[in-house]
Write a protein that binds this ligand. Sequence first.
Ligand SMILES: *[C@@H]1O[C@H](CO)[C@@H](O)[C@H](O)[C@H]1NC(C)=O
Length: 498
Amino acid sequence: MALIPIAVTLLALLGSAAVGDALRCNCTNCKSDPECETDGACMASIYYEKGKEEHVRMCIKRNDLVPPGQPFYCLSAEGLMNTHCCYQDYCNSIDLKVPVPRTAGDWTETGSSWGPVELVAVIAGPVFLLCVLLMVGVFLFQYHQRAYSHRQRLEVEDPSCDHLYLAKDKTLQDLIYDMSTSGSGSGLPLFVQRTVARTIVLQEIIGKGRFGEVWRGKWRGGDVAVKIFSSREERSWFREAEIYQTIMLRHENILGFIAADNKDNGTWTQLWLVSDYHEHGSLFDYLNRYSVSIESMIKLALSAASGLAHLHMEILGTQGKPGIAHRDLKSKNILVKKNGTCAIADLGLAVRHESITDTIDIAPNQRVGTKRYMAPEVLDETINMKHFDSFKCADIYALGLVYWEIARRCNAGGIHDEYQLPYYDLVPSDPSIEEMRKVVCDQKLRPSIPNWWQSYESLRVMGKIMRECWYANGAARLTALRIKKTLSQLSVEEDVKM
Ligand SMILES: *[C@@H]1O[C@H](CO)[C@@H](O)[C@H](O)[C@H]1NC(C)=O
């Protein structure tokens, strides 16, 4: 193999340079000493060898930390090895998650005759060579780009080398900011998304749903949320990624989308959707856990309305956005950010409005979404699906229910109710459409608004908004923009700092 000499050279380099004095690391392959010293980084890695998991801890010299920002020695290889570099004494003492052994077979073969250091070198060597070649390609390509148009997008197929495209020390926030201000849609170019997705290290599962699982992952030291769809759900994955990448969708109260990736490993396709991570989780979880002050209630309600207003709004022009209706708004699909505001998530069922042709971008199937939150016209199927505004009105009805969930948890004068789902007292858990229809359409019942809310201005206003979100006639309901304005006013009166 022609690549072995390169690996050996790298090894020699690694061995010959003088040992620095700053950093002490754990070492698994230093002859007598369980520790080593370096001027660079501590590294820990875990991989499979002969079907057994192997741990390596070692020192990496500063000179070997190339390229800066994302050194090859510190890269994980998808499904083969998890690697972590760090820069404090004995920080590589940690236990890493084992990689999912997708191609464990191949790995056992090569792994058996190589020690851990050689293994790293053997991986880094070819990758380095490949990347040098690719770099030449990149320069040629960029030259070509400048000479022609900026519109073309490149999709680099080999993920191990895409990262040359990523500016070495950029964080995701920088990258996304660059992308969204350069006006090329709402997100990173495809090949960058791919690179990001493939260098995320999954940490823990934080949720499960009908589509698959949600994980917390790490990318360049920051937390991200990864929604992993089962391969049956390819269409949901595609649709959600498509909606999130609608031009100009980015908004502080809509979940920040980072990347979509479909990794095909030959046997099955793994579908990823990467987004910002919010440690509070959903509004549903949040309200179950905490009661909220009047100020927090207004913050939550106003931010949710701002997010929905932005989603609904059509902005005309080349830098515009289509109107979007969510169609599955509920407290479980709204996230709570660290600063106590909301971010609307789960856009998988959303529809977009093409105003030029006055059509909706996908054939909206009958009754999707969560039955408990379905508007009366959706339950009894009288909704006019040709008319885009009908979907917006149905969202507003659901927003009213979410407001009711929030307001019940509002702690005013020492009183607040326990958390409940809307209609908890009228329908069983997991109600059928028929059960919902009886209550909402036939009996025309709505969640009850306690009398004592009248004694507090904020709760009185919230109660009034809810009633005006719940009219049987969709067209009579408030708009998201109207609600946003009313709540902005309230927030000024109540001196709420947003
Ligand atoms: C790493 O080194 C420190 C200091 O010698 C030691 O206390 C710790 O147990 C080591 N960790 C592992 C996993 O070997």
